[in-house]
Design a binder for this molecule. Sequence first.
Ligand SMILES: [Zn+2]
Length: 416
Amino acid sequence: MLAAPLSTVLHLCLLLATGAHAQDRTTEQGEAAVTNPSAECTPYSYPPVAAAVAAGQFPPIWTNASKLLPNDTEARAKFLVINGSVPAISPKGTLSGDFSNFTPSYPPSDPDCWWTYHQCVNPKLNGLSADVASVPEPRTLGYGFDDGPNCSHNAFYDYLRDRKQLATMFYIGSNVLDWPLEAQRAVVDGHEICVHTWSHNYMTAFSNEGVFAELWYSMKAIKLVTGVTPRCWRPPFGDVDDRVRYIAAQLGLETVLWKYDSFDWKVGTAGVTQDTVAENYKALIDDVKAGVFNAIGAIMLTHELNAFTMQAAIDNYPQLAKAFNHIVPIAVAQNRSQPYAESNYTMPSFEQYTANHSAATSLNGLNDTSNGVGSGKAAQASSSNGASSGAVQRRLLGSRSALGSVVGWVVASWLM
Ligand SMILES: [Zn+2]
């Protein structure tokens, strides 16, 4: 054995003594290993995002994407094609959801199938598909979380990973550019990503161009960071009508809503308390027991918005897993094995997923991960050819030390 120079030994001892194992804030794998929430939420710079922002490829983060960027010729060309056939429905109310000047004159027949008015999910406009507000598989929960990526989500994603539980993550474009490595984790872990707009406003209030821009730049942000282009979206506050649905559909996005709302997002306002959320979870579970989902599955609105909403998800997971036969991502419940525009990424079919992931085995799955295996069967099963499974991605991502080549691989792998 070669003797190390004394200075090296002393340096190593010092590092060990101070616990200064440097956190790696440059790779998905490094970022996923950070466990302290305030450390997780300390901003970092991610060169591909910094370069795209510096090049003016995105609207300023957390501003309303009311207009396409002047130099975005690709978006402008696509919008021009779409705009000619958008149904003649006027924008409604304000971006912050004040419809007080609009609703009094809106026909009670709900001609625009405006969800905010009476929860309409079956479009009146010919050619539009019904919104996804339930899942087709009986006694199954289509499991999903809005408003991410949240910078402090590692404990929550670890919890899901350790139970081999996948979900659908509805990501806000501005959050994706703020926390790109957190967004990458969703894909690496095998979750499905859908769009949740750029600035999280009421979508029926935007002009046609604004609706397009809110979706377009979110899709572009997710593609830049993760290499995949979603095919589904959820309107913030559920605010959608046939005009907004049409523009989303032209961008290849299916509209996903819900029929149950946990109200986790509303705690602390309008008299909503943590008890309200517990009651809403219980109401869903009572409906499972009462046979409400014997012919069709459920979707409940839940969030990775903050520490409370993520903890509520963790606290209620065991009861959900006992009540439902299966808990699966929306794409899996729909047997949509190709969740993204890129054809070389697949998710398991419902049959494949549930063969290894009944809700009961999810509860018992902790034993299987005691050997430190990360995303386990869930991720491995997420690709029929293995080339783009979560486990493989994590291994490949982790093997790249240079940031550029990480993104290069992800983009190259999915683009081609
Ligand atoms: Zn939201």
